[in-house]
Design a protein around this ligand. Structure first.
Ligand SMILES: O=C(O)[C@H](O)[C@@H](O)[C@H](O)[C@H](O)COP(=O)(O)O
Length: 265
């Protein structure tokens, strides 16, 4: 993939949220003009809170600045193998932070949770297989497709460089064909999870990371160390998707990070 990812850095969380709103809505508007729906995947961690701040802010009244939630299909970039009402559930997190707070006049998104009947399985592979079937229904109805193409995937980045539930050094990073994979021994609790794979992430039309706070600074240096080249999962997304990737950061997270394409929105 040609080109470098875009890196944006903001002084405050309000400034970051305002620009993230514009970015997500541009992705929405272009997806709606292409195929009438907006299909995105979101991560857990701090992302749903930032996303809610971005999307629940008042609109300037123009159609371009209005989320059309009734046309959204929201999937999970990764999910933990816990009941949907469990405090570790990304579904619950997204619902509490964003979905339950959407004003009625903006419509309701279709949210695609993992299959609750299978969250207790010893092997989360069954859960991953069922989630793939859900993706197939949404993305592969007409033809057989090799990989789903999300309009947007919103990611976080852990202090060890993980993203989704793709952890450094894991064999899953070499996955070429599967859409959804099971993780049974995640270094970040809880241990059992499912995750979109790298080919699915890098195949998306647009990919955005949100990474904030001084705690991310050291790993950001490694991710963007172009001379050494990094095999960290977040760096592999950069390498696989290039200019389709945008990083939304705050100043403390990128203090001292040298980067070839530092942009402004
Ligand atoms: O469910 C999860 O565990 C996440 O999807 C995970 O990949 C998260 O995005 C990162 O750990 C960053 O988390 P923070 O944004 O909280 O730093």
């Amino acid at each position: 993939m040609a080109g470098h990812p875009n890196l944006y850095s903001f002084p405050t969380s309000d400034a970051l949220a305002a620009q993230l709103r514009g970015y997500v809505l541009r992705c929405q508007n272009s997806a709606l003009s292409r195929h009438g729906t907006f299909r995105l995947a979101v991560s857990g961690g701090s992302l749903p809170t930032v996303l809610a701040k971005a999307l629940l802010a008042p609109s300037n009244g123009s159609p371009e600045d209005t989320p059309q939630f009734s046309k959204w299909h929201i999937f999970f970039a990764d999910e933990r193998a816990v009941p949907l009402d469990h405090e570790d559930s990304n579904y619950r997190l997204l619902n509490d932070e964003l979905v339950s707070k959407i004003p009625a006049d903006l419509g309701s998104p279709v949210v695609h949770p993992v299959d609750e009947k299978h969250v207790g399985d010893d092997d989360p592979q069954e859960l991953a297989d069922l989630y793939r079937e859900d993706l197939m229904r949404e993305f592969a109805a007409k033809d057989s497709v090799k990989l789903p193409i999300f309009d947007l995937i919103l990611l976080g980045c852990g202090p060890d460089g993980h993203t989704c539930s793709l952890f450094p050094g894991h064999a899953l990073l070499r996955e070429k064909d599967a859409w959804v994979a099971a993780e049974t021994n995640s270094p970040k609790p809880p241990p059992k999870r499912i995750t979109l794979t790298l080919p699915v992430v890098t195949h998306a039309v647009s990919i955005a990371f949100v990474a904030t706070g001084a705690g991310k600074k050291e790993i950001m240096k490694q991710i963007f160390d172009l001379e050494e080249g990094s095999s960290l999962p977040s760096a592999l997304v950069n390498q696989g998707a290039g200019e389709k990737v945008s990083w939304f950061t705050d100043h403390p997270a990128v203090d001292g990070v040298t980067f070839p394409r530092r942009g402004s929105l």
